[in-house]
Design a protein around this ligand. Sequence first.
Ligand SMILES: Cc1ncc(COP(=O)(O)O)c(C=O)c1O
Length: 381
Amino acid sequence: MDAVQAPIIPTIGELIRQNPGTISLGQGVVHYGPPPAAIEAVSRALSQKSTHEYNSSAGLLLLRERIAAKLAAENRIDVNRGSRLMVTAGANMAFHHAIQAITNPGDEIILNLPFYFNHEMAIRMLNCVPVTVRTDDAYQPRIDALRAAITSRTRAIVTVTPNNPSGAVYSEASLSAVNALCRERGIYHLADEPYEYFTYGAARHFSPGSLEGAGAHTISMWSLSKAFGFAGWRVGYMAYPEHLEVAMTKIQDTVLICPPIASQVAAAAAMEAGRAYCEPHVRELGEVRDLVVNELGKLAPRLTLPTADGAFYCFVKVDTDLEPMGIVERLVREHRVAVLPGTTFGMVDECYFRIAYGALQKATVAEGIGRFVRGLRDILG
Ligand SMILES: Cc1ncc(COP(=O)(O)O)c(C=O)c1O
């Protein structure tokens, strides 16, 4: 555990508590809650005995049926053709399960850089080695560099799209290239897709698990946390190759036994409400994103921001020799706005920050981003 970085969110949370009135552009959460139908379904379920008992380790049948229908209709993934579905307590758990299922200690997992910090932490925690490969200046994967990073110990390449922390949306062409590379080299493609609905403008999400022949080497993961305002309910799911069934079942049985029943009942109702529930929120977030991008533009050329047309993040590069965590602390103490330092996402050579704009109403984000721009101007001098 000494080799695992400490989670950043509690650290920033403490800083915010010490400085009341701080606007947090830190944590990656949405500002809305679950569909009302999910709450009603849970209320009804509370009086049923089965809600309080263990159930299938893979997840409730009704929920898995709804997930399978959604995957077929929206992601073009047919889980009846050589894949298995498992419900987990969030996508983080799905990722942890996946790494545990496919690795031996010392194996390598390739992460596109910047990475999602919990991925890197899970890999180290399971005694494996995260191998990072820089994305290009637009935060898009570099296929030749990924190819060059593969060794005899590599077990998988991870993609996150729409991306946390960069907001980049990977194209179908580059995801197809990553997936083909994994197939060719006999390794897995781990596709983490919790922000699938969060795309803006012309950007579209693509699931590599839908590619012909991908089912045998692709583990795809999703989450209800963002799309359905479900973060506290802890529900995610994954589709994985059937040859991993025994390993996945052993892990799930040992770690979770079964996903919490009340949460799954809520999830089944949320899945029935479906994407339509999330869409108005995404449209609203698109307006917030435009506002954020416009404001950040005022700091050019000292601040650069490549296209971020997905998720609800911007990952900005700032031209300075100052240390990013020092700037984060000053932004909170002196300007009452919190963002995350790029070092948390593996970008240690230069000064980067992640700005999350999903958790607040538009007017609060506007105020927060204004403080960030003014604060950075002041700090950079
Ligand atoms: C890329 C990515 N994967 C997984 C998660 C965690 O999802 P869950 O709440 O379902 O565990 C997050 C949350 O921020 C994320 O950004």
